[in-house]
Ligand binder design. Sequence first.
Ligand code: GDP
Ligand code: MG
Length: 186
Amino acid sequence: LACWSSLYILVPAEAMAKSPEVKLAVFGRAGVGKSALVVRFLTRRFIWEYDPTLESTYRHQANIDDEVVTMEILDTAGQEDIQQKEGHMRWGDGFILVYDITDRGSFEEVAPIRTLLEEVKKPKNVPLVLVANKSDLEHIRQVSTEEGERLASEMACAFYECSACADASGGVAEAFHELCREVRRR
Ligand code: GDP
Ligand code: MG
């Protein structure tokens, strides 16, 4: 019995030690659903109201392509000044750029964030994914799927249109996992 219990403790610790770590930061205008996406990914639940001024980091382990990966996820508030933004960009290995399909302004803010990222990370190639959130709000859509796809291809990154509140197909987790793969490939 003693032997088994010590094994039980040793195995996960061993796995933890070898597990690669990736630091992911979520960027996008306030209100696009960054916190809702992170909470959806971590808990598979949707929380309607989340303090918009809050910045949080989370640790999460997932099995991606038969490898245990430890993620540190920074959910930015989206109201930071440029110094804070650059600090978050230096911290991160990979980035999720989020816009809201019902808010054209949030879409237009993506390219400038990407430009700043390139500057801060120069000469490194920056792993990122583009997420178009709130796809459940089709009736008030302002940004077409094609526009999102075009922007993603300009940025040479993967594109996911999804909904933090109605994520039946698991697109949210797919976006996070793909970003981890992208970071690990570099
Ligand atoms: P953040 O400022 O980017 O972190 O945005 P929040 O996660 O706080 O979300 C802002 C608002 O949008 C909240 O009222 C959320 O309930 C709502 N929201 C977030 N994601 C979705 C979504 O996929 N669909 C809908 N309909 N509302 C969403
Ligand atoms: Mg938030």
